[in-house]
Design a protein around this ligand. Structure first.
Ligand SMILES: [Fe+2]
Ligand SMILES: [Fe+2]
Length: 420
């Protein structure tokens, strides 16, 4: 008789546990625990109960209440923690893996290590009496949680009466299935929480990167603005206009590209070229403004503007190319330029490019002593020379060839950025 009842009950447990563990969708660990507690209570006719899950590792290992149920009292969601030691009943169950039966919680025999904390009863005007506390085990038979059932009622709802070992034994065959499912669900939850944190952190990082990029953009803009202002300040006393420096930037960028220079070089020369005459800021205004020919001293002072420019620009790391252009833009291919008389490829290529760009623009521009030349005449002078100018002694022959091939590109820049 007894065995038949037991068999039926075991089938019930199997069916009920497997039903929601094997055949339902993955569930949150909290939901699984809640259902485990509910099924365990039904199976044992327990009026109340708490299910705990083991959290943490090593010394921080502890029991956290996942759900508390009581047919007589309405309860807040469970949120308390117990240490894993023999002082409490759940702690003892988790520490030893043993199932505990207590007939009367207010009369625990003295030889047992744990005691009962009556504060819950006091706070809720409840009377706990009988208890069954059993561990939830994973496949490795490690304790992953504790189910604590309180106040078994008899078939007619009276009681409480003590729990019986055979009730606990019903759980044993399925315990590791339940425990395994809870452990998996808990792991999935922890991993997804971790993913969420990672996603949040990545988003934060992306936002920070965007802020840094925006700051860099602002800094870059401020930098570009200040050098263009600087280059214009240098042209103030010149016949040259602001457009002149803008065009020299663009010619230089264009020529550097045709020369096959790396992109970074092209980008750098595009803002560095405009600073070629910045050294004129250090020349006495009286000399800069003087109408008519300069005397020898004045001419020599004027010829120092490349060195003055170098001094101004070489202070900045970002302006290294600008400083070499300023220093060398009056050097000539044959070594007869100034200030150092550098020759051929001793002259930095950036400066050789700007020299051609500057001369092209000077030829196209109107001056007090000359009209602006047409593209055709400019091209002729730059390729064949005239009474005043010998391109072969002045300019890098490779650049002359590039100009010969691409002079229309130069004309387009002049047209799009001319003063008119
Ligand atoms: Fe110059
Ligand atoms: Fe210039």
């Amino acid at each position: 008789m007894m065995d038949v009842r037991r068999g039926d009950a075991a089938m019930d447990v199997l069916r009920e546990f497997l039903e929601f563990i094997e055949y339902s969708k993955p569930q949150p660990a909290g939901e699984l625990l809640r259902r485990v507690l509910f099924r365990s209570r039904r199976l044992t006719e327990a009026e109340a109960g708490t299910v705990f899950i083991v959290r943490g590792r090593g010394k921080s290992k502890r029991l956290e209440a996942a759900d508390t149920q009581n047919d007589c009292i309405e309860l807040e969601p469970a949120s308390f923690v117990l240490p894993i030691n023999k002082a409490s009943i759940a702690g003892f169950t988790a520490a030893t893996g043993e199932t505990v039966f207590v007939a009367d919680l207010y009369n625990i025999p003295d030889d047992l290590p744990f005691s009962f904390d009556p504060s819950f009863d006091r706070d809720h005007a409840y009377r706990s009496r009988s208890m069954l506390s059993f561990p939830l085990l994973n496949h490795d038979r490690e304790v992953i949680g504790v189910v604590q059932l309180i106040n078994r009622l008899d078939a007619s709802g009276n009681g409480p009466i003590p729990f019986e070992r055979e009730q606990a034994d019903l759980i044993v065959p399925f315990n590791h299935i339940v425990g395994g499912a809870i452990e998996r669900a808990d792991m999935v939850e922890r991993i997804s929480a971790q993913n969420m944190r990672l996603r949040d952190r990545n988003r934060l990082l992306r936002e920070q990167r965007a802020r840094i990029a925006a700051l860099q953009d602002e800094t870059e803009e401020a930098f570009q603005l200040s050098i263009s202002l600087l280059s214009r300040a240098a042209e103030l006393h010149d016949e040259n206009t602001a457009k002149h420096v803008e065009r020299v930037n663009e010619y230089s960028y264009f020529l550097a590209g045709k020369l096959g220079s790396p992109k970074a070089f092209c980008n750098e020369i595009r803002y560095s070229a405009q600073l070629h005459d910045v050294g004129k800021m250090s020349i006495n205004v009286a000399i800069l403004r003087k109408q008519g020919p300069l005397d020898e001293d004045e001419r020599l002072e004027m010829m120092r503007h490349p060195e003055y420019g170098f001094k101004i620009l070489s202070a900045s790391d970002r302006l290294q190319m600008a400083s070499e252009i300023a220093l060398n833009h009056h050097e000539q291919w044959n070594g007869e330029g100034y200030p150092a008389g550098r020759k051929g490829e001793e002259i930095p290529v950036s400066a050789r490019i700007v020299t051609l760009a500057d001369i092209y623009d000077a030829l196209r521009s109107e001056r007090s002593y000359k009209p602006g030349y047409t593209q055709e005449l400019t091209r002729h002078i730059l390729l064949e020379g005239d009474d005043h100018f010998d391109p072969r002694s002045h300019l890098d022959p490779k650049l002359i060839d590039i100009f010969a091939e691409h002079h229309r590109g130069m004309a387009e820049i002049w047209d799009s950025l001319s003063n008119q």
